[in-house]
Design a protein. Structure first.
Length: 168
């Protein structure tokens, strides 16, 4: 537990830009909220390795979004089922399913479609809110915490020791 908190503090205090950390949150949301075995996640992992993002933030956030996905799965299923059963979209779904690539992507599964749509909707707010929160943490909260008595007390504890061990 202490090592996870120390890793999070190390990531937040790193020299990575807030946009890189926020992009890691977006990728983690996509991967965590959608079923793991979905084929679009392989494309996502490919882009994850190409782009310059913080992998520590990605893995920590992925765990959090995976836990959140269990709460959102009923909503995702209902949303996907509603989209798949909409009569005006029936022709679109049939033409997509007749194409091999769309059949492989499994968007005919209500959970995959619903969770992908929720992830897509949440991606931009997560990016902008994450970028602002990291910047605000670095500008305001970090200075205040480092000067507080609590910080001096924590520097003598296990969390700070684990944090120092991670820094090398």
């Amino acid at each position: 537990m202490f090592s996870i908190i120390a890793k999070l503090l190390k990531v937040l205090n790193s020299n990575d830009s807030p946009a890189q950390l926020a992009l890691a949150l977006c990728f983690a949301a996509f991967l965590g909220l959608t079923p793991l075995s979905s084929p679009h996640n392989f494309f996502l992992l490919f882009f994850l390795l190409i782009l310059r993002i913080n992998l520590s933030m990605f893995f920590l956030s992925w765990a959090a979004f995976t836990l959140l996905a269990y709460l959102l799965d009923p909503v995702s299923h209902i949303l996907g089922l509603m989209l798949l059963q909409t009569e005006s979209l029936e022709g679109v779904w049939q033409s997509l399913y007749n194409s091999n690539i769309w059949r492989v992507l499994a968007f005919n599964n209500s959970l995959v479609l619903g969770s992908f749509l929720i992830s897509l909707i949440l991606c931009l707010p997560i990016f902008f809110i994450g970028r602002v929160l990291v910047a605000q943490y670095r500008n305001r909260l970090l200075k205040w915490i480092s000067q507080s008595r609590l910080a001096l007390w924590l520097k003598g504890g296990k969390i700070f020791t684990a944090y120092q061990d991670l820094q090398g």
